[in-house]
Design a protein around this ligand. Structure first.
Ligand code: ZN
Length: 357
């Protein structure tokens, strides 16, 4: 029994969107309702839903020029779910609209095969977000006509970003807060494009789309044990290679070249503490040798600095300050398996979901 629905989709990008939309319409509509509530509760955003729709339409020409196929995917998602396309576009441009508002999300780690018990590339990811979106989560297993198949963990009406593909490439993502954000290709569309890259250099090139609106950290790993933290802002980037055979990351820039481009670094202290803690634990496990999936789960469940820990429990505060690990994943590249844990990993169980049904 998987803890969330696993949605199968194949065909054209329009077909894929329609299939996902038909399978989980309530989860897609639920996220839109929550984001409308968030806008109401964040008066300092000074943005109504209608204004947000107008603003997000300014991103459309960039999406159309760069990745029209994912616009079709989103249009299919609207058609299949019965949710308005404009509302789905707002969800997929949410970070572009609210980048100054929602800090402290997601911790990732990765290990190269030489350090793991089964000689597999292993990645771990905590999805830290507002707990009101926990119930909208699901997994997609997708076979596009014109791309490599992939499996990804998603929620609501967002395009898939975090997962692995049939060419043996895996991606985890950390939100980042650069000061050079601009109108351009929204982050979620960049991440979707990276997810189906066939090789590492292609993944990196896709993440560095010249007209990207802002930046993420893309943790990229392949079955050869190549590991990168690719930190991006809208105009700059740095490639941090996993020389030691392991990596950790959270929401602050590690590259000295990019630190000056970090918006409100004093708001990201918790991220530093999580990133350092994850690296500390990763180093300990590597020294001991033969890192297992249980070890990676142990990192994702860590409670040092609770409730602002890697396994995040920041719930008893106003809505906009909440941050909870709503799910956690292990990506095992060689076996093409996503191990999914619904809710906080300190309480949940990781269930294997293979790319091949
Ligand atoms: Zn916990």
């Amino acid at each position: 029994m998987t803890p969330v629905p696993v949605v199968e989709a194949k065909g054209t990008h329009q077909d894929i969107g329609i299939a996902i939309g038909r399978a989980v319409p309530d989860r897609i509509a639920g996220m839109v309702r929550n984001y409308q509530l968030l806008f109401e509760q964040a008066p300092h955003l000074k943005l109504t839903w209608e204004q947000a729709a107008r603003q997000t339409r300014q991103y459309l020409p960039f999406i159309e020029a760069a990745v029209p196929q994912y616009l079709s995917e989103l249009q299919g998602l609207a058609e299949g779910s019965g949710v308005a396309f404009d509302d789905l576009l707002i969800c997929n441009c949410f970070e572009e609209l609210t980048s100054d508002l929602l800090f402290e999300k997601c911790t990732v780690v990765a290990f190269a095969p030489e350090h793991t018990q089964e000689q597999h590339t292993l990645l771990g990811h905590t999805e830290d977000w507002l707990p009101i979106d926990r119930e909208w989560q699901y997994v997609v297993r997708v076979q596009p006509d014109d791309e490599v198949p992939f499996i990804a963990a998603v929620y609501g009406g967002l395009l898939a970003n975090v997962g692995l593909n049939g060419a043996g490439l895996a991606q985890c993502i950390n939100s980042m807060y650069p000061t050079d954000a601009r109108l351009g290709l929204p982050r979620v569309f960049v991440g979707r494009h990276v997810l189906t890259a066939l090789r590492m250099s292609e993944a990196i090139e896709r993440a560095l789309h010249p007209r990207r609106a802002a930046g993420y950290n893309h943790l990229l790993a392949d079955e050869n044990g190549e590991l990168y933290n690719l930190e991006t802002t809208a105009r700059q980037f740095d490639l941090l290679y996993g020389r030691k055979g392991y990596l950790a990351h959270a929401n602050n820039y590690l590259s000295p070249r990019l630190r000056d481009l970090e918006d409100q670094p004093d708001q990201l202290i918790g991220s530093h503490v999580r990133a350092n803690r994850a690296e500390h634990l990763a180093r300990q496990f590597v020294r001991r040798g033969a890192v297992t999936r249980a070890d990676v789960q142990r990192i994702l469940s860590d409670h040092v600095n609770h409730p602002y820990s890697i396994c995040s429990h920041v719930e008893d505060v106003p809505l906009l300050e909440q941050s909870v690990t709503i799910s956690a994943y292990l990506l095992e590249v060689q076996t093409r398996t996503l191990w999914y844990c619904y809710g906080n990993p300190c309480q949940g169980e990781f269930v294997p979901i293979p790319l091949e049904a």
